[in-house]
Design a protein around this ligand. Sequence first.
Ligand code: ATP
Ligand code: MG
Length: 331
Amino acid sequence: RPRLFSGIQPTNDSLHLGNYLGALANWVPLQAEYDAIYSVVDLHAITLPQEPAVLRHRTRVTAAQFLAAGIDPVRSIVFCQSHVPEHAELAWVLSCITGFGEASRMTQFKDKASREGTDGSGVGLFTYPILQAADILLYDADAVPVGEDQRQHLELSRDLAQRFNHRFGETFVVPRPHIVKETAKIADLQNPEKKMSKSLGGSGCLDLLDDPKASAKKIRSAVTDAGREIAFDPENKPGVSNLLTILSALSGTDVPTLVSKFEGAGYGDLKKEVAEAYLGFVEPFQARVEELMTDEQALDDILADGARRARALAAPKLAEAYDKVGFLRGR
Ligand code: ATP
Ligand code: MG
């Protein structure tokens, strides 16, 4: 069966609706077609400052959200990135074949560094996409299900795989992004030009573990657009189009059907229905997360088992890469 890798950073207690619709919700059905490997990527999380005790909690609660969404840790591998040292080791090798200019062109670094101020950001934030390439290439992943914001990083992963193979001989599978167009970029409710994001947060971000009533309020206060017509037009009506995208994904009804259903209705009617659909999804989701979090030992055991299975794949791959590079065999 083809292999698949994806990860989410534990940079917040709660994932947001963009993470869910753009990533997690797609991960679940893919388990039927792929040998799937899903990671809580804590090495990535420390590219921005984290409080140690908080990071530990966030790592567990992020794993709990994977499971609550429907990831099956028996069928798929669910693990914590820092438990598999091969990620950092391969990242070093890949960083040595990455051009400085090439890394400098990554737009997410520019976005996040401009928020922190370039002098305030660590080198890890700069090399993040190289670590991400290592995450994927270690497992010979054919596909990587991500949101649109990761397309450029995936392109770098492909380039690095091809470059390594060309220079040292066939070693890595060249991965392809698996991006579901409809939900690839869920926008911030207050600022629909921007993607919903953990590091931005705020009143435009629907955190899955927030009080559902507060989330319903955020939906009712979402920025809509000039005019009154409910139409799907991401260019001119980004706010309304985002709400239609969300409702479509949560209800399983396609956008054109929704548009004709809301003919003659107002923005308020649309928001009301989005809020209802969201609550219908999020309330049982929260109950599952809460239940999983009552047994931390069980969660840690799942992650330990996942790490063992991940390492069994990653260790021989790293050994092969080390050998190709010309390192003397030490083990
Ligand atoms: P951060 O702001 O800390 O980078 P994030 O919200 O971007 O957090 P990540 O952990 O970086 O979340 O990304 C996890 C997954 O969620 C990735 O596959 C990413 O493409 C996807 N994703 C993130 N934001 C959105 C969004 N607004 N719409 C669709 N997919 C998204
Ligand atoms: Mg991100």
